[in-house]
Design a protein around this ligand. Structure first.
Ligand code: PMP
Length: 315
């Protein structure tokens, strides 16, 4: 997916035109995958002049935790990171939905993969982002022949750059076979998640998802959907999930910043439920979009509202 980025980025302590945000080919993170990133969505509000950033502070909290896992220090605290996202949004003046990509990385040119003593870098850039998947028939997914990384090999709950080889190889395999996405089992053989999204099942009116100890990335959308279900009185279970539960589930859907809430129509060529989006998925998806698009005031604390300044000629 080739994208046109928004014009300004934060790099080496200031906001600069994106073309100036460049690193050396010898950068530690480029060589060894020693970076951590975030993926945050901002939605244009119904008013057309406000961007609602979804759970900004929660995303940066996980980002800071990810950085800590591989000993990367951040130049800003949580408030500073949130303020920066707001400032960058104003500077970029988006006219539609956006995606923020904060990236903290080992910026030193050191040889050898150790972490301690290697200089750190930090950047944020933005791009316009509409819906990731248009899935009128639901996603078609396969259980991957690859396993989800084990937390004892690479921190699974951190959004660590190098770990995304696992996502790349999984997604590429699935698409190569003509599927949209993959579901990974973990090294214990239990269901973990999608290549870059969490997985939810519905069985007998209960919402089920693998626990945070199933080598998943602890998704902010996952947490939000669990909260929404709870608020709607839908019983929720966080527990280990077997592969064949996927085949007998009434409903299956992915959730994540990229996929948002997207239903799965078939898994390993077996239709899920009656092959239509199920009632619980539809209800949660509707709720989710109401919230992010600013139509659910009771969840207003999940949104950071940024008023976009009107363009002025001599800016
Ligand atoms: N798992 C992986 C591996 C991911 O990359 C993502 C996307 N960040 C998710 C799950 C979903 O997390 P979130 O809801 O925080 O975007």
């Amino acid at each position: 997916m080739h994208v046109a980025h928004l014009p300004y980025a934060y790099f080496e302590g200031r906001i600069v035109p994106l073309e100036e945000a460049k690193v050396s080919v010898a950068t530690h993170a480029l060589q060894y995958g020693t970076g951590v990133f975030g993926g945050i969505r901002g939605y244009l509000d119904q008013d057309g002049s406000t961007i609602n950033i979804f759970r900004l502070r929660d995303h940066f909290t996980r980002f800071a935790q990810s950085a800590g896992l591989i000993k990367i220090g951040l130049p800003l605290d949580l408030d500073g990171l949130c303020d920066l996202a707001v400032e960058l949004t104003r500077k970029n003046r988006p006219t539609g939905n956006v995606y923020f990509r904060p990236f903290a990385y080992k910026a030193g040119l050191d040889l050898g993969p150790t972490l301690t003593g290697v200089d750190d870098g930090f950047t944020v850039y933005m791009l316009p982002l509409g819906d990731y998947y248009a899935a009128p028939n639901g996603l078609s997914v396969m259980v991957s022949s690859w396993q989800r990384i084990s937390d004892n090999a690479i921190p699974a709950r951190g959004k660590v750059s190098g770990a995304y080889i696992n996502s790349s190889i999984t997604k590429d395999e699935a698409q190569g076979y003509g599927f949209d996405e993959a579901i990974l089992l973990n090294t214990r053989g239990k269901v973990s998640e999608g290549s870059a999204c969490n997985l939810m099942l519905v069985r007998n009116g209960r919402l089920i998802t693998p626990p945070v100890t199933a080598d998943i990335l602890e998704g902010i959308t996952r947490r939000s959907v669990l909260q929404l279900a709870d608020d709607l009185g839908i019983p929720v279970e966080e527990r280990e999930v077997d592969r064949t539960e996927l085949y007998v589930a009434d409903e299956l859907f992915f959730c994540g910043t990229g996929v948002q809430v997207t239903w799965i129509g078939q898994v390993d060529k077996r239709p899920v439920g009656d092959g239509r989006p199920g009632p619980i998925t539809t209800q949660l998806q509707g709720r989710f979009f109401d919230i992010v698009q600013g139509r659910a005031p009771e969840y207003a604390d999940w949104l950071t509202r940024v008023a976009i300044p009107a363009a002025v000629a001599a800016d």
